[in-house]
Each structure stands twice: as C-alpha cells, then as structure tokens.
Ligand binder design. Structure first.
Ligand SMILES: NC(=O)c1ccc[n+]([C@@H]2O[C@H](COP(=O)([O-])OP(=O)(O)OC[C@H]3O[C@@H](n4cnc5c(N)ncnc54)[C@H](OP(=O)(O)O)[C@@H]3O)[C@@H](O)[C@H]2O)c1
Length: 245
C-alpha cells in the first residue's frame, strides 16, 4: 500500500497508479463526505474539488465506456463525453479511440430525451442500456442517436449488460454511479475496483450513501491499493479482495 501526495505525482505516474489489472475490468468512482454523504445540495460536485478531479479525469481517460445511471445523468446534467486535447493525445498514444463511449442505464427512459446533448453532441455514438421488455414506442426514438443494449425483464440484468458491452470491445468499464446503480452492481458482485474520494466535510444526515437499492447478500472484502492526499481529500483505490481465507 502506498501513501502519496497527489501533487507530487506526474501525470504519467497518476495514469500508472490506475493501470487496470485485467483486460475486463469494472471500476466505480465516487466521492463521499467524511460522514458518508454522497451528495451536497443534491449534487456530488460540491463534495469534490479541483484536486481530486485530476484522478476523475484520468479514470475517464482510461476507460472504454463510461456507464452511468439515468438519475446521475439527469441530476448532474451530463453533457456529451468529451476529453481535453491532452487526454485525447494520451489515449491515441495508447492505441485507444480518442474518447470513450457513454452508456446510460435506465429502466424507463423517463426524463431522458434523444435531443439531449449527451446524445446529439457525443463524439462517439452513445449507448442506452434498458430492459428488453421496454416498449419499442419508448426505445425507438433513442435508436436515432444511440445504440441500444436490451438486457433483463423489468430491470436491466447487469451481468448480461456488461457482457454485451464487452462483446462490443468495451472491456474497461468505468461506472460513475449513481448510488442505485452501484447498489445493484454490488448486489450482483460485479465490482472489481472502487475509487473513492473522501472529502473533508461533515454534511450531516439526509443525503444518500454512495450505495443504495437492493441489499447485498454478503459484505465484499476490499484491498486498499493506495491513498493519495490532495487538499485534505483522501483518494482511495480499493480492489476487490479475495474471499479465500
Ligand atoms: N457522490 C458521488 O460520487 C455521486 C456519483 C453519482 C451520482 N451522485 C448523486 O446521486 C444522485 C442520483 O442517485 P440515483 O441513485 O438516482 O442515481 P443512478 O443510480 O445514477 O440512477 C438511478 C436510475 O438508474 C436506473 N437504474 C438503476 N438500476 C437499474 C436497473 N437494474 N435497471 C434499469 N435501470 C436501472 C433507473 O433509471 P430510470 O429511473 O430512468 O428508469 C434509476 O432510476 C444524484 O443526486 C447525484 O448527484 C453522486
């Protein structure tokens, strides 16, 4: 385990600190207050600062696909997935397409609109991930602007949806939440890595935790890989630990 100050690391060292251990990998990135709140004034933004955004951007630059639930996309006002010229150049040097693909998970597509910039302005054709029994009248308009992964009945079956992403060659998956999607991924034991920023704030009662929704059967062990400190934020990298004793 390594403890480092983030501002003492070069960009290359930060990229190296987040090298994925396997070709198929699902990492989840969250920020939480020191007392466990996943939002402040309904958003994650006020919990994080410029310092930990550096890691956030490296994680985006390292993925093939960025997966987010519709609650997060709507609350945080996600626009098209774009990267800075430096990050695009880094990806190109790795032999990757200049930007990752955006994938939005929804049960209903309610409150999402094919005219939203996340679809119409996307540099790469996005994906919507929905249950297979969602009526075509609802899904159809999204086919104009996005590919559709249909998996599960009544709700997205995450193991099947992740397999479908991997079949498309989108093997490095970064999930930026939100809490209900993360809760489902934990319940299905699909999470390989949690990147968690703990911000030096007491928010108090009220906001959701980083994981909500269905209860997991067992607590999953994690291995702490490193701690980066930036402006009082602790940027933790956990890998899914072995359950073998
Ligand atoms: N602290 C952080 O790092 C962080 C990160 C992300 C988000 N947030 C915050 O979290 C809040 C949003 O929370 P949230 O839990 O609503 O976000 P979310 O997990 O992004 O979205 C929930 C939505 O995802 C869809 N969904 C979840 N499970 C599904 C399944 N099995 N099948 C199909 N669709 C499924 C549903 O969409 P439909 O309703 O469209 O059917 C559901 O309403 C916002 O306030 C945001 O700011 C914080």
């Amino acid at each position: 385990m390594v403890y480092r100050k983030l501002d003492e690391l070069t960009d290359d060292e930060v990229y190296a600190a987040y090298a994925p251990p396997a070709p198929d990998w699902l990492r989840v990135n969250f920020v939480s207050s020191a007392d466990g709140a996943a939002t402040l004034e309904g958003l994650s933004g006020p919990l994080s600062g410029e310092e930990d955004k550096r890691v956030f951007k490296v994680l985006r630059a390292r993925c093939d696909v960025l997966l987010a639930g519709s609650g997060t996309v709507k609350a945080e006002g996600y626009g098209p997935l774009v990267l800075s010229p430096e990050r695009m150049a880094w990806r190109k040097a790795q032999g990757l397409p200049e930007v990752p693909v955006m994938a939005v998970v929804s049960r209903s597509l309610a409150g999402l609109d094919p005219a939203m910039g996340i679809f119409t302005l996307a540099p790469r054709r996005p994906i919507v991930v929905v249950p297979a029994d969602l009526p075509e009248a609802t899904v159809g308009p999204f086919r104009e602007v996005a590919d559709v992964i249909a998996a599960g009945t009544g709700a997205v079956d995450f193991p099947a949806a992740l397999a479908a992403l991997r079949e498309l060659g989108l093997r490095q998956i970064l999930c930026e939440g939100g809490p209900r999607v993360f809760g489902e991924l934990i319940a299905d034991d699909l999470v390989d890595e949690l990147d968690l920023t703990v911000s030096p704030l007491l928010v108090g009662a009220g906001p959701v935790r980083v994981a909500e929704g269905p209860a997991a059967k067992d607590a999953r062990p994690l291995e702490l890989r490193h701690v980066l400190e930036a402006g009082g934020n602790l940027i933790l990298r956990y890998l899914r630990g072995s359950t073998d004793e």
